[in-house]
Design a protein around this ligand. Sequence first.
Ligand SMILES: [Zn+2]
Length: 826
Amino acid sequence: MDSNRGIGMQMMDRKREQEDIESEQNLWLEDISNVDDFRSSQDDLIPSTSASSIADSEESCSSQVFNSQSSISHQRKIKKLTKRKISKHRRLGQYKSLNTLEERKRLRKITASRLRKAKCTANTVERFRYWKEKIDREFDPVLEETKMRVEKLRQENEALRAAKEQVYGRFESLERDARQLRMLAEARQATVMQSLLSLIHRQIEQFEDEDETYVYIPDEEISFKSAKWFCITIHSLFDLTIADLLNVYKERRLGEKLDGPKLRKRLGKSLEQLKRHDPSVEVADKPTQTLFVGNSSVMCGVSLEELEEIFTVYDGNCQFIVYPNKRTYSFVQFSSVEQSQKACDELNGYISPVLKTSHLPFVIAYIDNLPQESTAPEFRPKDLEIIDDFVNEETEQAILDVIYSNPKAQSMKHRAVVHYGHAFDYGSNAAFKPTDPIPDLFDKLIDRFIQEGYIKERPDQITANIYKPGDGIPSHYDTHSAFENEIISLSLCSDVVMDFKDGANSATIAPVLLKGRSLCIIKGESRYRWKHGIVNRNNDVDPRSNRVVARKLRVSLTFRKIRTQPCQCSYKEFCDWDREGEMCIPSTANAALKLEQTYVADVYENIAAHFNETRHSNWRAVQNFINSLPRYSVLYDVGCGNGKYLAPKDDLIKIGCDMCMGLCKIAAGKNTNVVRADALHLPFHSAADAVICIAVLHHMSSFERRQTVIQEILRVLKPGGRACLTVWSMDQSDSEYSNMRKNKEESNELCELTREAKRLRIHDGKQFTQQDLFVPWVSDEKETHLRYYHIFRDGELEELLGGIDGCQLESITREQGNYVVIFKKI
Ligand SMILES: [Zn+2]
């Protein structure tokens, strides 16, 4: 409402203004006569009606003036009157006329502005016209040209489309050709493969017929020594796996039966082997109860289980004599000649489908007698004693009654266990708590052990184990710290073979037959150094007769004395007792020196001759380093061993040193320059152009000593001189050594037993389980020596060399489980 009122007010104001303008115009008409524009606008402004709305007393008068302008005097009169009127107005404070003047100025301004705008518009039109003309003039030719180019492109496009269609057509025809060729090639390949396979089968048969002979394939410059090599070669030449080859071959042959001259030839060869290994065995002319079976041993890939499956068909109670190694044959003893005859007739020359790995035919002959039992003493761990028939059957039964009367039979994973005297804690392998007292009968047995001189100390802990047939016990040491030296075990009911494994080399296994009612006394070396265990299986092979013996339920009674004082055994490397830190990774300079003296220096003195026999081939990287040296370079070989890098005659001046007197003598015997010296205190001046230090640094048992060796090498080098050094690496995956250990156990049991992290352990597994350890050396007299090694991990050499002034690392490479580092003195 306010705004409406405002608008109304504004309109009234405007009306008043207009009235003012009209009166003013009447007064100043002549003054504005020269302004055309204004005249026209004034016409608009003058109302057609006389100013009736103006409530002015002078109204009639002004009308009069307007209508009679011809009279000048009248005009003057009017002017005068008007002036007076104005002055009157002024006096009255009415400034209408002044406002009108300002308004006229404003109107004039507006008009001028409109005029300017009109002129401007005219200019713009002119400009547009100019540009249009210019564009018409200049653009037309471009347009024309563009039109022509478009036309040209269109034509080109047309041509390209035609070409494309042509190419597509060609492509399709080529693809068709390619498809046909591929099909042809596949068909051809299938034919080639077929002939290749038949060739392979032919060759394998030939190998089997002619052992150890070379076979040549026509048109191929390849010779093969055995079927295996043939397959490996074929494998590398063609995209066929050996398993594929052998499987195809095997599938074809399983169930096959050889006869005639081929079978006779094979049997003849097998019997030759029999004659060589077991000359006492007589081949019979006519059927007997016992068969010689060629191609039936573990060596041929035939297991005892397979043999049993094949032969028990003819006689459920037949006896087997098998060999773990060195023989390709076995013997089978039947209850009757008829049974053996039937087996011979059916199985001679037969490749049984039961066989899983072997695909060789059994070759069978009748024999008069079995091989004589070996009279050579069994291979047994030192200090192990076996007493057969220690108790009679009556006592055996009495002992069993006592054991079975105990309701506390504690069920374990594989075997039932009853403890007397003290219970053994299998969790900690050490703690004991008193349990059922030792029965009188067992006390009497203990009296006998002492009286008969088998043991000196009276056992106070007895464990009865009940093994079901097939059950065994993992290979283990009886913890040194838990029990005293003497451990005695009485076997009851069934025979069993216990395997003793050398703790320094688990590949050395002594199978020992523990007969029912026999006593086994484990002490000294067999107790402290050897592990013992029983394999889980249903049969054992008697190590003396090689006869297969079925296991029955077996009970063993083990007598031990709990240790209360620290173990002081002389097998301290195998001992789980602390041994006053002697078996720990050295933490003092003195301990390091002592460790290296015992487990490096002394060992090398002992094994020098045997070590020399085994060290001939040179490391490729080291040889390359030596070859890279300029003529007449001075080369020091720090830890030269048997002098294998010093001996070859070349243009270098070579001087070697070693701590081991035995090796120094051997090296000197090869007409080389050798001095006995310690790598930590080299007796040389800074004169060497090059230094090699092969397999030495890993015998240093502390970081400081390893650092000192590097510093010594740098000291004896001339500035700019280079050194090549090798050490063992934790990762042996690329080494021959790892290949040699592939049959080793995965983990090191000693590690688990000793538990202490800082403990030096004997390396026995496949991989190195810790950086500081003992690596066994088995001498030619089968004595095991333990050498200390610090095995380097990845990045350790960089750390070691990086911390030494004046040492510039050139390269670190790997060769057969070794790091080969080359560095420079700067
Ligand atoms: Zn011990």
